[in-house]
Each structure stands twice: as structure tokens, then as C-alpha cells.
Design a protein around this ligand. Sequence first.
Ligand SMILES: CC(C)(COP(=O)(O)OP(=O)(O)OC[C@H]1O[C@@H](n2cnc3c(N)ncnc32)[C@H](O)[C@@H]1OP(=O)(O)O)[C@@H](O)C(=O)NCCC(=O)NCCS
Length: 179
Amino acid sequence: MADSDQRLRHLDIREGTPDDFQTLARIYREAFPEEDLLPLVRALLQDGSGVLSLVATVLSTVVGHVIFTSCRVTGQADKVALLGPLAVAPDWQRRGIGTALTHQGLDRLERASVSRVFVLGDPGYYSRAGFAPETHVTPPYPLPEEWRTGWQSLRLSETELEGALEVPAPWRRAALWLP
Ligand SMILES: CC(C)(COP(=O)(O)OP(=O)(O)OC[C@H]1O[C@@H](n2cnc3c(N)ncnc32)[C@H](O)[C@@H]1OP(=O)(O)O)[C@@H](O)C(=O)NCCC(=O)NCCS
């Protein structure tokens, strides 16, 4: 068994703190070498309100991170959330850490009575956690045709929702919703 697999027995997930930021900056640069998500991550964490930031640690080393942002659907009272970004350090990918972060976040949101979680991402990955194509709630910016199947959601309650997703300021940049 590889060393990293043995160390995975010590995988823990906790809420992020300001002290994690330097490590998160490195993880995002390594996991997304062609995309600078740090301004978004920084803005979400600085704003803080309505943001669930979870870090995955192995023996106290931060190896992954996910953010869930509280949002609204136009004209609806339901609490909903947007998943993203999600990143796992390259040396730690494909060991279930991204899945564990996603499930932990979904559990917490369900307990907080959030009814739906949206994501724009690879359906091949997010369908594994139960996400399915979203057609009744539109994303904040129109998506190019090739990204339409990437707009997905996961139901945490039976509530029907219809409208447009309203996102807080850090997410209101068209470039974040373009290929
Ligand atoms: C995508 C990412 C968050 C997944 O985290 P992870 O800890 O590596 O993922 P997990 O170990 O939980 O799941 C891995 C499984 O998902 C699959 N998987 C990973 N990325 C995938 C993708 N884009 N499409 C389909 N399947 C994918 C892997 O094949 C693997 O399955 P296998 O073990 O059966 O081969 C991580 O690889 C990462 O940070 N990648 C770079 C940044 C990125 O692309 N983030 C956007 C997510 S859409």
C-alpha cells in the first residue's frame, strides 16, 4: 500500500480558517494551472457571510478545499447553495478526497435546511455525487452551448424551484461562467 494511501486513514474535514489561505493559494495554483481562481476564493472567504469553506487535512496538512456559497432563486424563499470551487492537491487526487469534501458539505447544508445545491462543472464527476442536469433554474449568466450539461443541481428537499440563480458579488463576473 502506498504511503499516501496509508496516510489517508487520517483524512479529516474541518471548516477553513484565515491561516489556511497560503496553503489554499498553492493548492489552487497547482490544481488549476490554467485558471486563476484565487481572486474568487479570496473574495468569497473575505466576505465570509453565507460561505461554507471546508478543508480536507491529512495528518494536519491541508490537501483539499471546497466552498459552498448561499444563494437565492429569484422570487423563492428557499435556501440554496452554489458549490465551487473544489480543488484537491495534485499529489492527493483520485483518493476520494474531493468526494469526501462534497459529501461533508452536502450533509451540513441539508442539516441547515438548504433545499438545492447547484454546480457548474464536469457532469462525469459531479453525477457521481448525485448531481443531475438543472433545467428549471437558470445560471446567473447564459452558458455557451457546450457547457449546458455542466449546469447541474442536487436536491436536498422535494421543493420545486423555478427562476434564475442569484449569486453574491464575488460570483458576479461573467468570466467565471465562460469556458
Ligand atoms: C476534480 C477534483 C476536485 C476531484 O477530486 P479528487 O479527490 O481527485 O476526486 P475523487 O478521488 O473524489 O474522485 C476521483 C474519481 O473521480 C473521477 N474524476 C475526477 N475528475 C473527473 C472528471 N473531471 N470527470 C470525470 N471523472 C472524474 C476519477 O476518474 C476518479 O474515479 P476513479 O477513482 O474511479 O478513477 C480534483 O481532481 C481536482 O482538484 N482537479 C483539478 C481541479 C478541477 O478540475 N476542479 C474542478 C472540478 S469539476
